[in-house]
Design a protein around this ligand. Structure first.
Ligand code: PBG
Length: 325
């Protein structure tokens, strides 16, 4: 054959492949989710998330120091609330000395350079396991948004750099931005879970925080898997209302949404590779059906290739260790 063009030329050695690689993931791209529990020296493995742990605050601070030393710049905090403190209104979420608020202060004190993001939603605090206030079996929007705005101010007061509303109520980004402005938190960012789908892939996360909905599902507030134009509407509105970073969640099954948004919007997009995606790779690797390291590198690189500028992932540490090896 006399071929004019041989595409394999650019694939023939590791050196050439690395020279022409279009996508490079660095430690700066990661957001590391952390699950915090009361107590001291607690390190409990999450049953459906092999090798991922709920940590008490002392162990969390040590973990954050280690993450920063590895080059991670951003963490996303979730707390597991004691059952006795749960109610329908998320009262504990506003406690200035609640576990979340104490954690933010302790972490910012120990590693001030780390960008601390906090989850804003009522589910960990809700006796119903829903992201908002329940009345007559409905999740009520506007009353929930009021609590979310107060919760955001409370996290900002404790020192959070970004609040990350994951609840999918209407109008919450505007309300949170207004509350932050009114309280003079003009440097506090908002990372909005703007295109968050009603997904079965959140199952292991709900095990981690014991936050599964007590009745029904989350389909009246989280998005329908069938839709993609709706993701654009949600995201454009959140940007208009004041979101600094937007998010698509879950990750791999929704990369079409990521790519579609990347061509239309011009704020950073984060993608959450969620607990069920983690669990699938872990479970297949444990059975010897997938090479875990390769699955980690491939899934995360694909998320970035689709248009993510930030990736929230339980594999962040593994990824960094693999590329540094
Ligand atoms: C709660 C919240 C969820 C996740 C992040 N924030 C679960 C849910 O919406 O039910 C899921 C994260 C994951 O699965 O890794 N608002």
């Amino acid at each position: 054959m006399y071929l004019q063009k041989r595409n394999r030329i650019l694939r023939q050695s590791p050196a050439i492949r690395s020279m022409v690689a279009e996508t490079v993931v660095t430690p700066n791209d990661f957001i590391v989710p952390l699950f915090i529990v009361e107590g001291s020296n607690v390190r409990e493995e999450i049953s459906s998330m092999t090798n991922y742990y709920r940590l008490s605050l002392d162990n969390t601070v040590a973990e954050v120091k280690q993450l920063y030393a590895m080059g991670v710049k951003c963490i996303l905090l979730f707390i597991k609330c004691d059952d006795a403190l749960k109610d329908n209104k998320g009262t504990e979420a506003l406690n200035p000395n609640g576990l979340m608020q104490r954690s933010i202060r302790a972490i910012k004190d120990a590693v001030p350079e780390m960008c601390v993001m906090t989850d804003i939603a009522l589910d960990p605090f809700s006796s119903y396991g829903h992201d908002g206030i329940v009345e007559n079996n409905q999740i009520v929007n506007d009353a929930t948004v009021e609590v979310l705005a107060k919760m955001s101010v409370s996290h900002a007061q404790a020192g959070a750099d970004f609040v990350a509303p994951s609840d999918m109520m209407d109008g919450r980004i505007g309300a949170i931005r207004k509350a932050l402005e009114e309280n003079n938190f003009t440097n506090t960012g908002i990372m909005s879970y703007s295109a968050k789908y009603a997904s079965c892939f959140y199952g292991p996360f709900r095990d981690a925080l014991d936050s599964a909905p007590g009745f029904g599902d989350k389909k009246t507030y989280q998005m329908d898997v069938a839709n993609s134009n709706e993701a654009v509407r949600e995201t454009l509105l959140d940007i208009e209302e004041g979101a600094d970073i937007v998010m698509v969640k879950p990750g791999l099954p929704y990369l079409d949404i990521v790519q579609k948004l990347a061509t239309q919007i011009h704020v950073p997009i984060s993608v959450y590779q969620v607990s069920g995606e983690y669990a699938m790779i872990k479970a297949a690797a444990e059975k010897g059906w997938l090479n875990e390291e390769k699955a980690i590198i491939e899934s995360i690189t694909s998320i970035k290739r689709a248009g993510a500028s930030l990736i929230a992932s339980y594999f962040a540490k593994d990824f960094i260790k693999i590329i540094n090896a």
